[in-house]
Unconditional design. Structure first.
Length: 351
């Protein structure tokens, strides 16, 4: 391997690592706030990529139909929950209309806008915005349907539910998108020469958007009231509830941010590789490796670990392409051993 090949592999690794970093940050955020190991994170990647690909192929994205269906089911569950709880029944006149707008009317408006405007003639920026408008609202809906009723359950039960949601969403992806893979048009066809290495404009877009989003998340958590509420919920759920922070609202917000980051990752990665309905699972697992390196708690370490995963995957594909996935996922073993030896053992009953 000469220096030019090493530089090209490093460019590919950093580009992939930027995607994995966003996914690892989303996983850490969801776990910190809700204790959910969010295995379906990858499905939002696939939904984002395939929704955009459908628009560019002049095919109506059936993910908009799925959004309406999820919204109706969520509204029914929300109405049942409000009417079943005496304390909430007094506020039903206000909460039910709000739920109707959020879970039924807004998805129907997005469906109508998609039916009217979606297509290859729509500018790329608007295609991306419409894709995010379709996929992102699915995040809080999934939380409301599957996880909020079990908010106080053990981590093991939440993990089992997470696996079930993953298979359900993957099956829905097969139904609405089919088994064929798709790619999208690149955001930039430009190429820049840096010595002997050519840097693609698409790689620059991916890295720049990832860095901008990471910086925006930092400012959100440090400078906004809702961001500080999320941090407080991540530190101590009971303490956050005692000071008036709604943990259910925090969970919905965490899932919304996770869905946004997943869909955006799908939009960014779709021009680089062919995405299938089940491709998001493997991509999400690589983000999960980065989150594990960060102990599902540290955002900077998780992001750095995700970049390491991208570099390791890139160089492994050169040296041993048949075993690159094995090499990447084997990285979990020494990390888990080190964390196990460092933290010691705590019985579940002593927590």
């Amino acid at each position: 391997m000469d220096l030019s090949i090493a530089a090209i592999l490093a460019q590919d690794g950093i580009t992939s690592g930027a995607i994995y970093a966003l996914l690892s940050l989303a996983l850490v955020l969801v776990f910190s706030v809700t204790r959910v190991i969010f295995i379906p994170q990858g499905e939002f990647v696939a939904f984002g990529a395939l929704t955009l690909a459908a628009m560019q192929s002049n095919i109506f994205p059936q993910s908009a139909t799925l959004l309406v269906a999820l919204g109706v089911v969520t509204f029914v569950q929300e109405t049942y929950f409000v009417m079943r709880t005496a304390e909430r029944r007094r506020t039903a006149a206000r909460s039910i209309p709000l739920a109707l707008v959020a879970f039924v009317l807004a998805p129907l408006a997005i469906f109508a806008a998609t039916r009217t405007f979606a297509g290859p003639t729509l500018p790329m920026a608007l295609q991306v915005l419409l894709t995010l408008a379709i996929v992102v609202p699915m995040g809080p809906m999934v939380y409301r349907l599957a996880f909020q009723p079990l908010a106080e359950a053990s981590t093991l039960i939440l993990l089992i539910v997470s696996v079930g949601v993953h298979f359900a969403l993957m099956g829905m992806g097969l139904v609405i998108f089919g088994a064929e893979g798709s790619r999208t048009a690149p955001f930039s066809d430009a190429r820049f020469e840096a010595g002997a290495m050519a840097i693609s404009g698409q790689s620059i877009v991916v890295i720049a958007v990832s860095l901008a989003l990471i910086a925006a998340l930092y400012l959100y958590f440090e400078r906004t009231l809702s961001g500080k509420a999320l941090r407080a919920t991540a530190v101590n759920r009971l303490g956050a509830r005692l000071v008036g922070i709604g943990t259910a609202q925090a969970g919905r917000l965490a899932f919304t941010l996770a869905a946004a980051m997943g869909a955006l990752c799908g939009v960014l990665i779709a021009p680089l590789t062919t995405i299938y309905y089940d491709s998001g699972f493997l991509i999400g697992l690589k983000g999960f490796v980065g989150a594990i390196i960060g102990g599902l708690a540290s955002y900077p370490v998780a992001a750095a670990g995700a970049v390491l995963v991208g570099l390791l995957e890139s160089y492994s594909s050169f040296w041993a392409s048949a075993f690159k996935e094995v090499v990447v996922f084997t990285l979990i073993i020494p990390v888990l051993l080190w964390r196990s030896l460092k933290s010691g053992h705590t019985d579940e009953g002593e927590e």
